[in-house]
Design a protein around this ligand. Structure first.
Ligand code: CP
Length: 308
């Protein structure tokens, strides 16, 4: 069982041991899923999903995870249908929903919102994405997927591509992989580079020197993991979005340049960065990656609730 974990806001909240413990629990959750038998690990517990921003995978896989654990779910997928539309503060919403649930999953457009929520909650808070900052549970399933395919992180060449400025999944993943000994390659259009605070953390705290470049194909031939992301339209002006849209596209032509045993990941949704023709390639495992959100989030929920 992982050491005590109160909330999960940032991937750096977890020690390396806690991370591997969670992956072991996720493996056992997968065994439960494979059996297709009722499970009562979280019987009597309620997960709240408060999503102030759109989501398919994160919200539904959290809900699926809790239902598979035998618990129940409540929440909103559109804050406009809640009292947020009347002007209720995040603090008051959290205070209220903490009384209705045992664990809260929060997606919010403001960076730092999940950390703020912990100040007003007596139940665990899970950060399901705070603005362009972090997406730590996506990071967990990204790492889990890499580990299942590659058995290690140390020495892997991981190329993280796309909108690295606003792509919160890339921030969490870069820090985690830096800690775990991977070699990092950051490919982005000029203007959408990885934020300075992430580079600083990698270089100064973790003594990792990422390779930074702009041509997607420059280093794709040595990548063991190619992690594609979309341009974050919701965090850019429309003109800027149109400027960057379609700047990085992975099709079969580029795929030919990758290693035969590379894996292609994407947190999804994709909006043109990976052509559908790539889907049939065995290296393209982004839907398996999205599925892994279920056992990983089951492990996280059970751990935070102290029921495993
Ligand atoms: N990867 C991810 O966060 O997807 P959703 O926005 O659909 O939740």
């Amino acid at each position: 069982m992982p050491e005590s974990l109160k909330s999960f806001i940032n991937i750096s909240d977890l020690t390396e041991k806690q991370l591997y413990d969670l992956f072991d629990i996720a493996d056992s959750m997968q065994e439960i899923l494979d059996k297709k038998e009722p499970c009562d690990i979280c019987k009597g517990k309620i997960l709240a999903t408060l999503f102030y921003e759109p989501s398919t995978r994160t919200r539904l896989s959290f809900e699926c995870a809790m239902l598979r654990l035998g618990g129940k779910v409540l929440g909103f997928s559109d804050a406009s249908g809640s009292s947020v539309s009347k002007g209720e503060s995040l603090a008051d919403t959290i205070r209220t929903v903490a009384g209705y649930s045992d664990v809260i999953t929060l997606r919010h457009p403001h960076e730092g919102s999940a950390r703020v929520a912990t100040l007003y909650s007596h139940v665990p808070i899970i950060n399901a994405g705070d603005g362009g900052h972090q997406h730590p549970t996506q990071c967990l399933l990204d790492l889990y997927t890499i580990l299942k395919k590659k058995n290690t992180f140390a020495g892997l060449n991981v190329m993280i591509s796309g909108d690295l400025k606003f792509g919160r999944t890339t921030h969490s993943l870069a820090i985690a992989l830096g800690r775990l000994g991977a070699n990092l390659y950051f490919a982005s259009p000029p203007g959408l580079e990885m934020p300075d605070y992430i580079i600083h953390q990698l270089e100064s705290d973790l003594h990792v020197q990422p390779i930074i470049f702009h041509d997607l194909r420059e280093h794709i031939g040595i990548a063991d993991v190619v992690y594609m992301t979309r341009v974050q339209r919701e965090r850019l002006g429309e003109m800027e979005y149109l400027k960057y849209r379609g700047s990085y596209v992975l099709g079969n032509e580029t795929l030919h340049e990758t290693k035969s045993d590379a894996i292609i990941l994407h947190p999804l949704p994709r909006v043109g960065e990976i052509k559908p023709e790539v889907d049939a390639d065995p290296r393209a495992i982004y839907f398996e990656q999205a599925y892994n959100g279920v056992p990983v989030r089951m492990a996280l929920i059970a751990t935070l609730l102290g029921v495993i």
